[in-house]
Design a protein around this ligand. Structure first.
Ligand code: SF4
Length: 177
């Protein structure tokens, strides 16, 4: 993989911070899955969320089959970070950037696995569980759905989790092999 070439290409995007990581260093925790199960309204409602994504162990195996990862953030300023609809409206742009950076890694590495933010919102109503995912190409499970403790992953890689009171920080992880 030509990392320098990729970094030059990625510099064209509004990426805030990034780090190349080793899949073995990703913190997988059953406790994260427990929070999904007990606190998230999307649990059991999307192909991008548990239990559809598999057990934490299965998710970990998928990640470990990769040879490297590219963790990055984008940020968006909002008027009021407590306003969920305003905050979530900034996510679409992050997902678009994630999709484009995914293509750069695909061209360079071939196989990629993309994890991003929140439950997939591509369709108005998810096809889960009655029918298969309608747009698997555009569906990125969120990092937490894989049992990943994003705060620790960010901290261990020198990436800021918080960037100010009314600034939303979105994370994505592109795993490649
Ligand atoms: S693309 Fe549609 S069907 Fe697939 S996970 Fe997202 S919302 Fe569900």
């Amino acid at each position: 993989m030509d990392q320098k070439k990729l970094e030059a290409q990625i510099s064209q995007y509004p990426v805030c911070e990034y780090a190349f990581i080793r899949p073995e260093a990703i913190p997988f925790l059953e406790e994260v899955r427990y929070i999904c199960r007990t606190e998230c309204p999307q649990y059991g409602r999307s192909w991008s969320c548990p239990p559809a994504v598999g057990t934490v162990e299965e998710c970990k195996e998928r990640c470990m089959a990769c040879t490297g990862g590219f963790l990055f953030t984008t940020i968006a300023e909002v008027k009021d970070a407590a306003d969920l609809s305003e905050t979530l409206s900034t996510r679409r742009e992050h997902e678009r950037i994630t999709g484009e950076i995914r293509e750069l890694f695909r061209e360079e590495c071939g196989e990629v696995l993309v994890l991003s933010t929140e439950s997939c919102a591509v369709c108005e109503r998810c096809a889960y569980p009655e029918a298969p995912c309608r747009h698997p190409e555009h569906m990125f499970p969120c990092l937490e759905s894989y049992g990943i403790l994003v705060t620790r992953l960010a901290e261990e890689n020198g990436i800021s989790f918080m960037n100010g009171g009314n600034v939303v920080t979105w994370f994505s992880l592109i795993l490649y092999r």
